[in-house]
Design a protein around this ligand. Structure first.
Ligand SMILES: [Zn+2]
Length: 169
């Protein structure tokens, strides 16, 4: 046998292999509406005509009922942190100082949480149920991208009751 250790050489632990991949993503009608909303500083979702759940970002159909969600709903700028993780690991290209918080945020009126960055509060102060609001980039920087939402910050309201968001964990 001539593995790396028997030859006295160090085994390969890391190998850098730079690659470049171009993607062309077609958003579709529902997500295009959502992205257009972001470029106007608004969260646009869609409601299922059967179960009345509101999905944001919308996918164009209800995953439970399998029917199109054509009813557009504008969501609040505020929501609740359902759960979160503390990012402590530095990585290449990181633009935010660690530790920082990635949270699942349930906008008021929505039935689907999405990922958002929590700022303007110490990482160890963030908690489940915390009330937050979106902080948008300046109007001239708005675009059809989640980068239009700079981050979420605490509203200062009392925390939401666990019962109100437990089904979204
Ligand atoms: Zn439904």
């Amino acid at each position: 046998m001539t593995d790396a250790t028997s030859t006295g050489q160090e085994p390969v632990a890391i190998m850098e292999s730079p690659i470049h991949v171009d993607y062309r993503f077609t958003a579709g009608l529902a997500q295009s509406r959502f992205l257009k909303g972001l470029s106007q500083g608004r969260f646009l979702g869609q409601r299922c005509p059967r179960c009345h759940k509101v999905y944001v970002p919308p996918r164009g159909s209800c995953p439970t009922d399998g029917v199109p969600t054509t009813d557009e709903v504008e969501l609040s700028n505020q929501g609740t942190v359902t759960t979160y993780c503390v990012v402590n690991v530095p990585f290449q290209g990181q633009s935010i100082e660690i530790p920082y918080i990635c949270a699942q945020i349930l906008l008021d009126g929505a039935n689907l949480a999405f990922m958002g960055l929590i700022q303007e509060i110490a990482a160890d102060q963030v908690r489940m149920g915390m009330r937050v609001e979106a902080v948008w980039v300046p109007p001239e920087e708005l675009g059809p991208t989640m980068a239009s939402v700079r981050h979420f910050r605490p509203t200062g309201e009392p925390d939401a009751d666990y019962e109100s968001f437990k089904e979204y964990l």
